[in-house]
Design a binder for this molecule. Structure first.
Ligand code: 13P
Length: 288
């Protein structure tokens, strides 16, 4: 199967009370780890690519071609969506042109009227092409690839205005932040999440900042309409820790331990283990 829009997998998840993970990718090892794990667990999956990560991988076309070729080369048969994460207005058009199957337009930093106008335009463009579109209201806190969010709690009425435009999925700030959560974090705001769910007439919701949210909160969020959960930092942390362990144990100095295929393998395995744990927690195993 080639790349698919995220609409079908997310609608199914929303209706059946589980969530599909979006795992952000940075390079070949990341992509291979996420795809192989999804296939082993028979789970649908969304590969997230931020604008910074796309630039790092030398552009949207490189990413699309690598992912498509890898799906073929690894015999991946589960549904895979290639999704632009926190796309700008210009970035959205570039990713569409390069063949991404799902787009996030993050207009949360614009005044609501401008967010509505731009999201509306992209709803029309993506619908015509059969792509899924994620929109955002109320910026997600923390920093991701230079995009800094203030960590607002979204206004449910604004969520309704954006949801009614016909977006496939909606990301709304509910106290979640990108990166590690601080010690004094107050947790997710379930009152606002409930209000958003009740007012947005069946649009599946997205929870960003999936790293470090306690299991019980993840389960409650899914029960309240979250059908897509984004995870990025966690894979970076486990990759770095496993690589550090390998080098600190002096393994790169033994035999051909410096070979990148050996050096990067513990990190690859660590990402696989994290993705597996998340897919089990989100409930997407055997839902391909
Ligand atoms: P984390 O880096 O906190 O897991 O968040 C990922 C994310 O929300 C990507 O959009």
């Amino acid at each position: 199967m080639g790349l698919v829009s995220a609409e079908g997998m997310l609608r199914k998840a929303y209706e059946n009370g589980y969530a599909v993970g979006q795992f952000n990718i940075n390079n070949l090892e990341w992509t291979k780890a996420v795809l192989n794990t999804a296939q082993e667990l028979n789970s649908p999956v969304i590969l997230g690519v931020s604008e910074g990560a796309a630039k790092y991988m030398t552009g949207y076309v490189t990413v699309t071609e690598m992912v498509k070729a890898m799906i073929k080369g690894l015999n991946i048969t589960v549904p895979v969506a290639l999704h632009l994460d926190h796309g700008s207005y210009e970035g959205a058009y570039k990713a569409i042109e390069a063949g991404f199957s799902s787009i996030m337009f993050d207009g949360s930093h614009y005044p609501i009227e401008e967010n509505i106008a731009k999201t509306k335009e992209l709803v029309e463009v993506t619908k015509k092409l059969g792509l899924s579109l994620e929109a955002e209201v109320g910026s997600i806190g923390g920093e991701e690839d230079g995009v800094v969010g203030a960590g607002e709690v979204a206004d449910p009425l604004e969520c309704k205005l954006i949801a009614d435009l016909g977006v496939t999925i909606l990301a709304a700030g509910i106290g979640n932040i990108h990166g590690k959560y601080p010690e004094n974090w107050k947790g997710l705001n379930f009152d606002v999440l409930t209000q958003i769910k009740n007012i947005t007439s069946g649009v599946p919701l997205v929870l960003h900042g999936g790293t470090g949210i306690p299991e019980e909160m993840i389960k409650k969020a899914i029960a309240l309409g979250v059908a897509k959960i984004n995870v990025n930092t966690e894979c970076q942390l486990v990759f770095a820790a496993a690589t550090r362990k390998y080098i600190e144990a002096g393994k790169d100095l033994q035999g051909k331990g410096f070979d990148p295929r050996k050096l990067l393998n513990p990190g690859y395995e660590a990402i696989k283990a994290s993705v597996k744990e998340k897919m089990q927690l989100f409930g997407s195993v055997n839902q391909a």
